[in-house]
Design a protein around this ligand. Structure first.
Ligand code: NAI
Ligand code: MG
Length: 500
């Protein structure tokens, strides 16, 4: 058994010393893993170890699942929908109460700018409270078939939900997954990403404080190949929800098919087009294009990484966009004016630099950036490529870093064709002052979200998810309830008519 403690004192530049839980959160208690393993998490700004957390393996997944199963079949089913909603609202309140602390942990472990992390935590609270409101509004229908029967449907919870989340928005993905699953009456075994285990564990402490009964929400730190794979192939998990890479998304679907055919929702990658017409307000468009790709250091599934500009404004746009991107402050996430922090890990840093090299080798022109920023930490300069062609690797594959490509188009038809020239279909945007153009292009783009004259504006009321290879199912809004309920039909014969 590991002698690593279940809580350690850590420090953030913003909030000073605090108590960080390190255990696996099962049945409302922090515990050690069965195998006694721990793993370290890194501060990507300094490349130094922050501390270690306990690691879940297959055995711990089994324990968490049996707790979640028992809770689902017994106590949790007795809790009224109204009360489920109250727990979520309590949790939202606690997120707001600990907003600075949660945001500081996020910046420490993930590297995102503290100012942006605070927005994430505020959005978590918004999402949890919104789904708290849904908990007692999940309704079935009465369906009239004939005078001899009375038939109705119920929207029942699916059961034990496995949830696997990534590192780019550790807390926001936590809230997006937990909110609707709880509103619908499920129990949860959630695995955080191995790069960013800390904020999810601090939030687990708040789960208990919010009053949730033991066993409803279980949070595990661990790796994909072990704990993650154990979730997707588990015979007693009824549903798996995943956000992450398309490669792993495929594996999860296969594992679900190969085990108990658990229900699957996937939120995967993207290569989203950002289209700017001649008649756009250029200054506005540039600020949204800049935010669209460089927000969260380009580590967004919906990042606007392919920028198509109409030929009439192309030269002017490129010059102004370069200036704008060069003004983005890159550096210490805790500095007040920082916009872009480090990439999350050495691996992600190497992947992104690999794409930058591929772009250079294939003949794209580096307009700005293309190099490491600074000497320590996984920082990469904001990078813009021009002179790109559609078949280049940097135009086809998700880079997930502060790197974009900019290309010219002539007509609206060209813009639509180019916008759709990808296997992905998560997000897209069109910038124009002509309402007709905006609506025509929005209708033609094959993507789950189209932003007009803005970018990245997610809201907990608006469904979000992928067309094509960007995913299955929708998160947020009323649409997410469909991921966590199943329809039961009850049909009652009236009177005592016999069959036949
Ligand atoms: P990943 O897909 O490997 O990791 C995401 C989550 O899946 C983590 O919790 C991980 O532990 C888990 N996981 C990994 N392998 C698993 C398996 N075999 N079974 C079950 N769970 C597993 O993503 P990674 O390696 O961190 O990033 C690689 C690329 O994925 C990025 O460069 C980016 O293109 C994409 N990505 C997309 C995200 C999105 O928001 N859609 C988020 C993170 C990464
Ligand atoms: Mg980390």
């Amino acid at each position: 058994m590991s002698n690593h403690p279940l809580s350690v004192t850590l420090e953030t530049p913003q909030t000073g010393k605090y108590e960080q839980p390190t255990g696996l959160f099962i049945n409302n208690e922090f515990v050690k893993g069965v195998d006694g393993k721990t793993f370290e998490t890194i501060n990507p700004s300094t490349e130094k170890v922050i501390g270690a957390v306990h690691e879940a393996t297959e055995k711990d997944v089994d324990i968490a699942v049996s707790v979640a199963r028992k809770t689902f079949e017994t106590t949790w089913r007795q809790v009224t929908p109204d009360q489920r909603g109250r727990y979520l609202v309590n949790l939202a309140d606690l997120f707001e109460k600990h907003l600075d602390q949660l945001a500081a942990i996020e910046s420490l472990d993930n590297g995102k700018a503290f100012s942006m992390a605070k927005v994430d935590v505020g959005m978590c609270a918004g999402c949890l409270r919104y789904y708290g409101g849904w908990a007692d509004k999940i309704e079935g229908k009465v369906i009239d078939t004939n005078p001899d029967t009375f038939s109705y449907t119920k929207q029942e919870p699916i059961g034990v939900c496995g949830q696997i989340i990534p590192w780019n928005f550790p807390l926001l993905m936590w809230a997006w997954k937990i909110g609707p699953a709880i509103a619908c009456g499920n129990t949860i075994v959630l695995k955080t990403a191995e790069q960013t285990p800390l904020s999810g564990l601090f939030a687990a402490k708040l789960v208990k404080e919010a009053g949730f009964p033991p066993g409803v929400i279980n949070i595990l730190s661990g790796f994909g190949k072990t704990a993650g794979a154990a979730i997707s192939s588990h015979m007693d998990i009824d549903k798996v929800a995943f956000t992450g890479s398309t490669v792993v998304g495929r594996q999860i679907m296969k594992a679900a098919a190969g085990s108990n055919l658990k229900k699957v929702t996937l939120e995967l990658g993207g290569k989203s087009p950002n289209i700017i017409f001649n008649d756009a307000n250029i200054e506005n468009a540039i600020s949204w294009v800049n935010f669209g790709i460089f927000f969260n250091h380009g580590q967004c599934c919906c990042a606007g990484s392919r920028i198509y500009v109409q030929e009439g404004i192309y030269d002017k746009f490129v010059e102004a966009f370069k200036k704008r991107a060069q003004a983005n402050k890159v550096g210490d996430p805790f500095a007040a004016d920082t916009f872009q922090g480090p990439q999350v890990s050495q691996l992600q840093y190497d992947r992104i630099m690999g794409y930058i090299d591929a772009g250079k080798k294939e003949g794209a022109k580096v307009e700005i950036g293309g190099e490491r920023h600074g000497k320590e930490g996984y920082f990469i300069q904001p990078t813009i490529f021009s002179n790109v062609s559609e078949d280049m690797k940097i135009m086809q594959e998700e880079i997930f870093g502060p790197v974009c490509s900019i290309a010219k188009f002539k007509t609206e038809e060209d813009a639509i064709r180019l916008g759709n020239a990808t296997t992905y279909g998560l997000a897209s945007a069109v910038h124009t002052s002509n309402l007709n153009t905006a609506i025509r292009v929005s209708n033609a783009l094959r993507a789950g979200t189209v932003w007009v004259n803005q970018y990245n504006m997610l809201h907990h009321t608006l469904p979000f998810g992928g067309f094509k290879e960007s995913g299955i199912g929708r998160e947020l809004g009323e649409a997410a309830l469909a991921n966590y309920t199943q329809t039961k039909t009850v049909s009652i014969r009236l009177g005592d008519a016999l069959f036949g």
